[in-house]
Ligand binder design. Sequence first.
Ligand code: 1CP
Length: 318
Amino acid sequence: MRQAGRYLPEYRALRAGCPSFLAFCYSPELAAEATLQPIRRFDFDAAILFSDILVVPDALGQEVRFEAGEGPRLRPLEPDLEGLAPSLNPRKVGQVAEAAARARALLSPEKALIGFCGAPWTVASYMIGGGSSPDQQAVRLFAYRHPDAFKALIDRLVEASVAFLMAQVDAGVDVIQIFDSWAGVLPTGELRRWCVEPVGRMLQELRLRAPHVKSIVFPRGVGNRLTAYGDLPCHALGLDTAADAALAARALPSGLTLQGNLDPLALVAGGAALDEAIAQAQENFRDRAWIFNLGHGVVPETPVEHVQKLVEALRGSG
Ligand code: 1CP
C-alpha cells in the first residue's frame, strides 16, 4: 500500500537524503533499498516495489510534483491531451525496472516481489484534477463532458500501464497489483465503463504476455459493486477497510483469492482492538484462499511494535 514505509525510521532516514520523492522513485539503489527495508525488519512473505502510481503520468511527460505535506500536484491536462507523449519515457521506465531487478536479486527466492501500477481511472483522476480530491469532481465532469477525449486518455493509460507492468515483469516481479483507489466515487454504469472494462483489458493483455505472473486488483470503495469484479481474469481481489469481508467471501467466485482488509487504525490503536480485528479477519476469510493485508495503507503514526505484534499473531495462528 502507498506510504507503507513512512512509519519506519529507516525509511525516513533514507528518504531524508533525497530532496525529491520522484527522484527517490527513479533511483534504483534507493528504491530497491526502500523495497527491502520492511522485509528485513518483519520478514513479511512479500515485498512491494517502492515506486508510485504517478510515475506513469510523469513518464508520459505530464509535470508531476510532490509537495511536502500536500500530496501530489500535476499540471492539469487539456481536453485534446496536447502535451502528452504517445508512450512512456524509456529511461524513466528503465530506472524503475532496474530497481525491481535489484530488489529481486537481493530478496530470498521464497519471498514474492509485487510490482504495481494505478488503474487507468485512478491515474486519470490525478491527471485531470491536478491532485487529490475526496469526490474527484473534475475527472467525473470531464468524463461526462468529453467522453471521446476521456476514452482516448483511458486507452492511452491502458497501453502505458501494461508497458509499465511488463517492464517490471521482465525485471523479475512475481505478482502485479493494480490500484484503483478512486473507483468508489463512480455510479455503477460508469464504474463498469471506466474501471472494470479497462482493467479487464489490461489483465487480458498481461495474461497473454506474462501467463506465469499473478495479479491482484484493488478497487477501493466499491462496496457491494465488488461483485462486478468477479468475472475479471485476475487471481486475487483486494478488499478495502469498509468492505464487508464476510459478504465478499460468500458472493465472489470461490476460485478468486481475497486480500485484506484489517483497518489501518486498528493497527495504530494496538491492544485489544488489534487482537479483535485480527480475529475478525481470520473468521471472515476462514473458508477462502486469503492474503492477509490492511484495508488501505499503513499510516505514518503506526507504532512499529504493533506491526511486529501483528506479524507474530498471524504467524502464531499458522
Ligand atoms: O515522501 C514520501 O514518503 C511520500 C509518501 C509516499 C510513498 C511512500 C507517496 C506519495 N507514495 C509512496 C509510495 C507508494 N505509492 C507505494 C510503494 C509502497 C510503499 O509505500 O512502500 C505504492 C504501492 C503507492 C501507490 C499509490 N500512490 C496509490 C495507490 C494506493 C492507495 O494508497 O490508494 C496512490 C493513490 C498513490 C498516489 C500518492 N502517492 C503519494 C501520495 C501522497 C499520493 C496521493 C494520495 C491521495 O490522493 O490521497
